[in-house]
Design a protein around this ligand. Structure first.
Ligand code: GRF
Length: 197
């Protein structure tokens, strides 16, 4: 374990409200050194406003080249932890060769239920009464990596995608901040001390 603050890179694609929670965590024993997106987005603006370095790596037709560029961009800060927080892309083999075990993703369902980009819609369509959020290690699959923590969120009568997603995102924001506060590196991997809920 290191006594230095952990260096964190956050990957985003959109609004960046999870990123905001991470940046706003005044009790944080970690430091966000870089925010990377696949397109210009509100998350990049949030990072700039917070004085954090940013990079945009637009997806290319040549996915292997994009994967390599993303990996090189992230590697520049030598992060301890990479958080995929609303990053809507699958990370490729070169990225995972460098950062597997150090990369975690937050997903708006109780995996293994409802993987993929439409998790909230899929849960509503299915008619589940309880859904939630999951933080997991990222592997080569689509939301298939080892589960680190989950929180349940009840589906309320009359919920729409947006009301349900907002309640799930509230749980996601609390969960990711709680985990990052308890993160450390052990045997070449990010681990989380204490209980996960
Ligand atoms: C979160 O629900 C995340 O799990 C999903 O996209 C959402 C990101 O929200 N992949 P925001 O951009 O941080 O507001």
């Amino acid at each position: 374990m290191s006594s230095q603050p952990l260096s964190v890179v956050v990957l985003v694609s959109g609004t960046g409200s999870l990123l905001k929670a991470i940046l706003d965590d005044t009790a944080s024993p970690y430091r966000v050194d870089l925010v990377v997106a696949d397109q210009l987005c509100a998350g990049i603006e949030r990072a700039k406003n917070a004085g954090v370095s940013t990079a945009v790596v637009p997806v290319e037709a040549d996915r292997a080249a994009w994967d390599a560029e993303l990996a090189q961009t992230v590697a520049k800060t030598r992060p301890d932890v990479v958080v995929s927080a609303g990053f809507m892309r699958i990370l490729g083999p070169e990225f995972l060769a460098k950062f597997e075990g150090h990369t975690i993703n937050t997903h708006p369902s109780l995996l293994p239920a409802f993987p993929g980009a439409h998790a909230v819609d899929d849960a509503l369509d299915y008619g589940v009464k309880v859904t939630g959020c999951t933080v997991h290690y990222v592997d080569a699959g689509m939301d298939t990596g080892e589960i680190i923590a989950q929180r349940a969120v009840r589906v309320e009568e009359g919920d729409t995608k947006s009301t349900l997603h907002e309640r799930i995102k509230q749980a996601e924001r609390e969960q990711i901040v709680d985990l990052l506060r308890r993160a450390s590196i052990s045997n070449g991997k990010v681990v989380f001390n204490g209980n996960s809920d």
